[in-house]
Ligand binder design. Structure first.
Ligand code: MN
Length: 138
């Protein structure tokens, strides 16, 4: 994890004047370290269906998690106040409701929910939806 310098030139949509963090898992060993964090289950997370499974790392302020939604599971609609959220999909596909609209997300896609905006993530596919989510405090 580190400061994401020059994000204003590379991904201008995600630039934040308070700074952007970059969290990279680039080795099998790094992925194993993340997978070694115990997966916890949150039933009806934010009012969603079934359970949201996640492995969370937190420094007490910012959160990084590897999340999993089984088919039919969802994270209910919620608004980000005091933080934002960045999601990178690793496996599967799903529907993201965002500020009254919706977008399709599948492996390799990135979603950004800025502070003050709301979203809901729904696995309407037939395999697990696995993603990395980063929630930096604002
Ligand atoms: Mn969220």
């Amino acid at each position: 994890i580190g400061d994401f310098w020059h994000i204003d030139e590379m991904i201008p949509d995600f630039y934040d004047e308070n700074g952007n963090s970059l969290f990279l898992i680039h080795t099998d060993q790094g992925e194993k370290l993340f997978d070694d964090i115990k997966e916890s289950l949150a039933p009806n997370f934010k009012g969603g269906e079934k359970s949201f499974a996640s492995r969370v790392y937190s420094d007490g302020k910012n959160k990084m998690m590897k999340g999993r939604l089984e088919p039919g599971a969802s994270i209910g609609l919620h608004r980000h106040e005091g933080n934002c959220e960045m999601i990178y999909v690793l496996e599967g596909s799903g529907k993201m409701l965002y500020d009254g609209g919706e977008e399709r997300l599948s492996a390799g896609d990135f979603h950004y929910c800025p502070e003050g905006h709301e979203h809901s993530f729904i696995n309407d596919g037939d395999s697990d939806l696995v993603f990395i989510a980063v929630v930096p405090a604002q």
